[in-house]
Write a protein that binds this ligand. Structure first.
Ligand SMILES: [Zn+2]
Length: 122
């Protein structure tokens, strides 16, 4: 891959990583036990208040945030994987066929793991 383009894509990845980390930090914290795992914070609930209306709202809010956390966390993982590949010098290779991923695809999704050939079949 062209070094200039790789640099550009790496910068995109770094920016996205920062943004996602910031978004996640607003309501989740890093799991100290599992690398790259995030835990949605649930600091407000005392078990003795479980049946009050206020707590019901908190439970609902928590449940609403879980899928958001899941999506952000997985995207962040993909981005960190891509940055690892940049470091190892194997960035931009398709994980399924080993060919170079199309540049136009990487421009839209720099964290892509596979080339466009496989997408249409999925
Ligand atoms: Zn491929």
């Amino acid at each position: 891959m062209d070094k200039k383009i790789e640099k550009q894509l790496r910068e995109k990845l770094e920016t996205e990583k920062k943004r996602l980390t910031k978004d996640l930090s607003a309501f989740a914290k890093k799991d100290p036990k599992m690398k790259r795992n995030w835990i949605t914070r649930f600091p407000f609930l005392g078990m003795n208040r479980l049946h009050s209306d206020e707590s019901a709202d908190e439970v609902e809010e928590y449940e609403n945030l879980l899928p958001v956390e899941y999506v952000l966390e997985n995207r962040l993982k993909d981005i960190e994987d891509a940055l690892d590949k940049v470091k190892k010098g194997i960035y931009g290779k398709c994980e399924l066929c080993g060919k170079e991923i199309e540049q136009k695809r990487l421009m839209v999704a720099p964290e892509a793991k596979t080339c466009l050939r496989h997408i249409k079949k999925d």
